[in-house]
Every structure is written in structure tokens, then in C-alpha cells.
Design a protein around this ligand. Sequence first.
Ligand code: NAD
Length: 353
Amino acid sequence: MKSFVYNALPSRVVFGVGSLDHLEREIDLLGAKRALVLSGPRQHRQVELIASRLGVRCVGVFDRALMHVPIETAQEARALARAANADCAIAIGGGSTIGLAKAIALELSALSILAIPTTYAGSEMTPIYGLTEAGLKKTGRAARVLPKTVIYDPLLTVGLPVAISVTSAINAIAHAAEGLYAEDANPVMSLFAEEGIRASARALPRIVAEPTDLNARTDCFYGAWLCGAVLGSVGMALHHKLCHTLGGSFNLPHAETHTVVLPHALAYNRDAAPQAMARIAAALCAQNAAQGVYDLARSLGAPTSLAAIGMPEAGLERAVELACTHTYFNPRPVERGAIRRLLQDAWEGRRPA
Ligand code: NAD
């Protein structure tokens, strides 16, 4: 076994059907008294329920979280948190809402985050934040933005539309897949990664067949937790870089972009990370990691081409340019010509060879 460093991240996870019932207890354990409740525009009903449950402990509601955290939204929410003297942000929603809570905590360092995820994106398990200013998304890491408590209640995911469920869970699988060949991979996170892929991939066909199947929703959330923990703990590589570039510069939808690109990024890295590929394939019950992800996405009706999610073919050259601009770790060196072919394959939606 290779030497490694393992950094355990300090967060408390409360998992299971009905775990939202423990919300008040969890706020008490944080020592918080004044909660600001956050959500996106489509989840105001869940927020109203939480706000009315908390009564006077809810000192404000902000239900306009947006994808990629525009700086204007962050500033508005920060001002509200300051004016209300909030000591805790309760973020109920997907990566966009949890991202907004992180943007607030970045400036108001005394504010704790209690995250209640409702998608499989995994942001709740990471100290990574993102902010978009003048069309440019910048990301960073800061210990204080890591949610202190995460409540995973599968009941909250039953209404997540099937199409979003599928791409969101494949987004989670992407964190785990790249975690297996990360520069700072370690055996603990690799266990999380393999189990996270397995749980997500086995749950997805059951969710597509029956979106209200609570056992399937529970298994998928368990997988999402594990995959999110991998993203929070070890570094990512080519796949995340490509998705960040495509999402940021061509305004492509986040989870769908991950779903389309992942098989091609894995095919690119196949020979440089054979052990990781074998573990991914085993978790997917497939012969080959890249084809396994592609076949999974296709069988679940998810998009498989960049063309289908709005990427202009004329933009591929620019995407190559951006992907090759900065150096970053990847098991196989980032070669311009090969990246161009990868993106063409992804644009056309070819099954990896
Ligand atoms: P999202 O938060 O934008 O949610 C997608 C859509 O689903 C929204 O319209 C939302 O209202 C809706 N929705 C969410 N939960 C629902 C539910 N249970 N029922 C019905 N509708 C529901 O999407 P996402 O994929 O969760 O997050 C994407 C964002 O998160 C991106 O900005 C991405 O960069 C960021 N992200 C950050 C990290 C990190 O570690 N910092 C990790 C993953 C994703």
C-alpha cells in the first residue's frame, strides 16, 4: 500500500427517513438561536414549513438561491443575515442553495451552516465554495463554509423529478470516480467512493421505475453522501475541470454536463489509472468503467451528448483552449489533441470505445 494522508472533515450527519424531525435538536446542539432559512425559488413550500416549525427561532427567510451563486444574490443574503443577526443558516435544497449558505458563511464567520440537501450533488459535505461575478465562477476552499450538521431525509427527495434525480446522482458518481484516481487518494475515501458509486448506480433504475420508492431514494441518498464526502476530502481532475469550464463558459446545466462528460473523461484516463477503473467498473457491475457510466446514463434516459444540452459545436475549440490553459493534476497528461477528440466524442454522444 502507498503512504497516504487522510484528513477527516468535521461534520455531523443525521441520516434516515424522517430525520428532519430532529431539526430542533440539531439546532440546539449547534448552540444556535437565530436561524436564517434558505432555499431556491421552487422550494418555498418546504421553507415555509420549516420557518413555521421554528417559530421565533427563524429570524428570516431567503428563497431566491440561484445556480452558481451570483455575487449579487450572495450580497443580498449576507445583508439579510447581518440585519437579522443570524447565527445559523439552514439551507434546504440542492447545491445552489447550499452554495448560497457557504457564500454567507465565508463573510460571517460566526455563522454555522445546517444543510438539508434535497438533491444528490454533494455540496453539503465539502468545504468548497463558488461565487460568480461578471460571468466568471471562482471556487475556493475554506473550513468555515463546511456545514457543521447535515440532515439527509430521503422523504425530501421523493418529489425530485426523475430527470434531475438521474443526472444529479451521476454528478455524485463523478466525484467518487475521480476521487479513486485523485493525486491525494487514500484508502478510506476510496472505500467511500466505491460504495458510493455502487449504492447510487443500483438505486437509480429503481427510482426511474418508481420515483416514490423510499428504499431506492434512501440508497441513492446514502450513495450521494459517500460521494460528496469524497469530493470534500480529495482533489479532483480532468473531468471536473472540463465540466467547470463548459458550465462556466457556455452556461451548460451543471448535473447534465457531468453526466455527458464523465464516460469520456474516464475513457481518457483509462490506461493511466487501471486500478481506479477496475473499482469503478466493479461498482457499476460493468466490464469497463467508461462504458458502464455511458450505458447507465443511456438506459435511464439521461442526455448523452453535449449537443443535446445546448453546447454549440463551434465552441469546442474554445473549450479545449480553456481546459488546457492551467496545469492541474490528472493521471494522464492533458494533451490538446486528445482533449479535442474527447470533447468531439462527448459532443456527438459516442459510446466510448
Ligand atoms: P440545484 O440546487 O440548482 O437544484 C436543481 C433544481 O432542482 C432546482 O430547480 C431546485 O429548485 C430543484 N430541486 C432541488 N431539490 C428538489 C426536490 N427535492 N424536489 C423538487 N425540486 C427540487 O442543483 P444541484 O445539481 O443540486 O446543484 C448544482 C450547483 O451546486 C452548481 O452551482 C454546482 O456548481 C454546485 N455544487 C457545488 C459543490 C461544492 O462542493 N461546492 C458540489 C456539487 C455541486
